[in-house]
Design a protein around this ligand. Sequence first.
Ligand SMILES: Cc1cc2nc3c(=O)[nH]c(=O)nc-3n(C[C@H](O)[C@H](O)[C@H](O)COP(=O)(O)O)c2cc1C
Length: 325
Amino acid sequence: MNTSFVPPSRGMLTECVGSAVHAPSLHNSQPWLFRIRRPAIEVYADPTRSLPVVDPDGRELLISVGAAVFTLRTALRRAGYDSDCELLPDPGRPTLAARVTATRVRPVDATIEALAAAIPYRHTDRRPFAQVPVPPDRLGRLRDAARREGAVLTNADQAGRDAVLDLARAADRWLRDQPEYRQELDHWTDHRRRHDGVPVWAAGPWDALELVPLRDFAALSPVRREVEPFEPYPTIGLLSTAGDTPRDWLRAGQALQRVLLTATWQGLATMPISQPVEVPAMRKALAGRAAGRFPQIVLRVGYGRVQMPGATPRRSVSEVLIQTG
Ligand SMILES: Cc1cc2nc3c(=O)[nH]c(=O)nc-3n(C[C@H](O)[C@H](O)[C@H](O)COP(=O)(O)O)c2cc1C
């Protein structure tokens, strides 16, 4: 470390945590905690916020934490600091998912400005997208974003798209037939009892064409879910990694968030789709589309037709910050 290096203030690091909580997470479970140890921020997985039915191995939990790690790194970089990011740095503390340490001051570049500016505007859009193809150069930027974080994003061709969507719908049907799946989903969507999870307004309408595999996030709503035709030829990507260890899941999460922020910056709407990676047989079938790599999540990308009505709720910084004794 440079001897003249002045580490970021506690206030600045707290602001970076405030950015990180905007990250996406499975059912908006926000399974993360942070501890500031200047010049580092430790990111912890919070197993009390796991979803044991859909995610028994905690794979999606660590993808969600990885998304928060990337957001944190971006916020720190935007504040003018380079950082080192160690994943799972302490075998004695398995919930310590990452340690992000500010190492030196560096001027901010345009890419970081754009990614950081996208953080509060990135939302999951579960509504129909416009019937406008996503230009190849934009898809190329998304692939590049995944590659920079050590993952591979594959854009499905027509046959691949149909196959992935078939698997996703089959997985969704299979999950819905499990009573414990229903209970878990209800637990994360009951807004009489919680201020996190997925609110009814974010669930969007059903697809009249029954093509896009939408989650049943509005089942508890007394209002009937609207039905609208979605785009008939969705643009689908598959994010995969070379390995399938907790470290790979954290990498996949960072790659996912870099792809999502790049998409937001490019004016694209996004919707993660994870049902097919939650049913082992479907995930295995999906692996056939990933050239020997491990499928981590599917992504629907396109042009949103209307602006999102708002942001889904987040736990406050004070709720996710572990006080250093
Ligand atoms: C690992 C992971 C899996 C997800 N799976 C789905 C999914 O299957 N369907 C869906 O509509 N959204 C999915 N999402 C999006 C989350 O529901 C969303 O990020 C969360 O509700 C917060 O909302 P926001 O993305 O608008 O901030 C997933 C997100 C992550 C990180």
